[in-house]
Design a protein around this ligand. Structure first.
Ligand code: ADE
Length: 268
């Protein structure tokens, strides 16, 4: 159906939350990605089509959306696109939270999937190539040493429970800590440890903030490109393993879509 048009049919049970089963809301899933480079293999795997003529986004934004129907679900992959000035992928919390908010308002998804890469802690069992489902989100670079604001800065958010999905699809699970840097300062490390994180990324907590604010369930899938607590340089490891992580995600996401199709959030 045409972009933005609301479906009036409800084809069997789907993923939905806080909405009646006879809702006229479309059954849309949205996926939020770290970067175009990571998203494109999945766009190809799922044979999604880019919106070129009509966009749900304001004109001039670099955001991109690819859509299609998979396993009876309306699936949209959105990516923040390229930085307007420098032409590199728009990584980090600000582009990602803006994109997630705008997409959620325009598309009214009943599930968000945030798929991207992360650094992993071997002390917590992470290996390169693992795909983690985040069980909790927190920030490690928002230090505000004033009572209560300190907790606000860390901004811990519990993930939507998906124990069945984690078990059935044999994903690893762990807490995710987010910051706007690929590297890790000593202070970051202290906060990441306090957050009890197994994986560290640059977007997850921002997506979780938006999902939590709008009461949309969220599954965050993180493929490990680099081990943070070893002696190898992060940048080299990250660049070397990025395409492997993208293909791990393009295997994982279709499995998740198949799994969630026809289920309610409580089934997950
Ligand atoms: N994405 C992949 N590796 C990362 C790291 N070490 N830190 C933050 N984000 C990442």
């Amino acid at each position: 159906r045409a972009e933005g048009e609301r479906s009036t049919e409800w084809r069997g049970p789907r993923i939905w939350v806080g909405r009646k089963a006879d809702s006229t809301l479309p059954r849309q899933l949205k996926q939020s990605w770290l970067s175009l480079a990571e998203a494109l293999p999945l766009v190809e795997t799922l044979q999604l089509v880019e919106d070129e003529q009509i966009s749900v986004f304001p004109s001039g934004v670099p955001w991109k959306k690819y859509s299609g129907e998979i396993d009876g679900l309306d699936v949209h992959i959105v990516v923040p696109g390229k930085d307007k000035t420098l032409g590199v992928d728009s990584v980090g919390t600000v582009p990602c939270s803006l994109l997630t908010y705008a997409s959620a308002v325009a598309l009214r998804p009943n599930l968000l999937i945030n798929a991207g890469t992360a650094g992993g802690f071997q002390a917590k069992g992470a290996n390169i190539g693992d795909v983690y489902v985040a069980t909790e989100f927190a920030n490690h670079d928002r230090r505000i040493p004033i009572p209560v604001f300190d907790k606000y800065g860390v901004g811990t958010i519990e993930a939507t429970p998906t124990g069945n999905l984690i078990r059935d699809l044999k994903f690893k699970e762990g807490k995710l800590s987010t910051g706007n840097s690929l590297d890790m300062t000593l202070q970051d490390e202290e906060y990441i440890k306090a957050n009890d994180a197994t994986v560290k990324d640059m977007e997850g907590a921002a997506v979780a903030y938006v999902a939590n604010m709008l009461a949309i369930p969220l599954i965050s899938l993180k493929a490990v490109t680099d081990i943070v607590d070893d002696s190898k340089p992060t940048v080299e490891e990250f660049l070397k393993n990025m395409s492997m992580a993208a293909s791990a995600l393009s295997n994982a996401v279709p499995l998740v879509l198949k799994y969630v199709s026809g289920k309610t959030v409580a089934d997950l």
